[in-house]
Design a protein around this ligand. Structure first.
Ligand SMILES: [Zn+2]
Ligand SMILES: [Zn+2]
Length: 273
């Protein structure tokens, strides 16, 4: 009898650069690896551009960590010319695989909507300039976001609608535009039926999974600080909705994440082929 091949996962969106992980970041990354989670995309976009600097520094020292840079729509209204200069400099860094997260959040409205839209347009232009995909944070602003993505030619570089919270029709529209859709731990929450329904609107080669940690821990970890190792629960929930074994979902999302962010693929055992 042969031992079954362990399942390998990718966390396509994690905020492990943040202060929530300062006390035990190395242990968190070690637990991810022990759970089979390889290739973590660290989103350097929360608050000031020091988040982007920290994400890039993490990616420089860990071959399984990749970084993205931008300013979150929550903070779009605070951006200064200095912030732009940091992002423009880091955007071409070899360990930076995408521009994001950027987009529109009309649920929280932490920044004025016009400022969010201006930043979104500018980050899409930066993504096109450096030829990297865009990671989009969109909440309660799907038609408005699609109009901007379309108007700015974002499909040319492609991207991910992260932590998807739209309807099945929204998912279908993003897929038609050429984008990938990433599901977070929200899919395990009782009231998330429309998000579960959306899984079947996304072809298997366009699905990504993520933690968005430290937020949104999936059931059965809900209420705790989230961390990349917990993406396993989200994988199980997405596989269940897609009607496929978790190993198949995991392998597809590992390959999809590698393809959209253009890093070398891992084989099913987690080795570089
Ligand atoms: Zn987000
Ligand atoms: Zn995020």
């Amino acid at each position: 009898m042969t031992t079954p091949t362990p399942i390998v996962y990718t966390d396509s969106h994690a905020h492990v650069d943040g202060p929530e992980f300062d006390a035990d970041r190395d242990q968190v990354l070690a637990r991810a690896r022990a759970a089979g989670v390889r290739r973590i995309v660290v989103i350097g976009a929360v608050g000031e551009p020091s988040s982007a600097e920290r994400a890039v520094a993490l990616a420089e020292r860990d071959p399984d960590v990749f970084a993205t840079v931008a300013t979150h729509p929550h903070d779009a209204g605070k951006m200064t010319p200095d912030w732009w200069a940091v992002h423009e400099r880091l955007a071409t860094h070899p360990r930076v695989v995408a521009i994001g997260e950027t987009g529109l959040d009309f649920y929280y409205d932490h920044s004025e909507r016009g400022a969010q839209a201006d930043a979104f347009r500018r980050f899409i232009a930066l993504a096109r300039k450096v030829g990297k995909p865009v990671v989009c944070h969109i909440r309660d602003a799907h038609p408005e976001s699609r109009a901007i993505l379309d108007d700015c030619g974002a499909a040319e570089v492609g991207g991910v609608i992260h932590c998807f919270t739209g309807t099945p029709d929204d998912a279908t529209a993003y897929v038609a535009m050429g984008f990938h859709v990433s599901f977070s731990g929200i899919i395990t929450y009782k009231n998330a039926q429309p998000i579960r329904d959306a899984v079947r609107c996304v072809p298997l080669d366009r699905i990504l999974i993520e933690t968005d940690c430290p937020y949104l821990a999936p059931v059965p970890r809900r209420g705790r600080r989230n961390e990349p190792a917990f993406v396993v629960h989200t994988a199980e929930a997405v596989a269940h909705e897609a009607g496929i074994p978790v190993a198949e979902l995991a392998a597809a999302t590992v390959a999809n994440t590698a393809r959209i962010f253009r890093f070398p693929a891992l084989d099913v055992a987690g080795a570089y082929p």
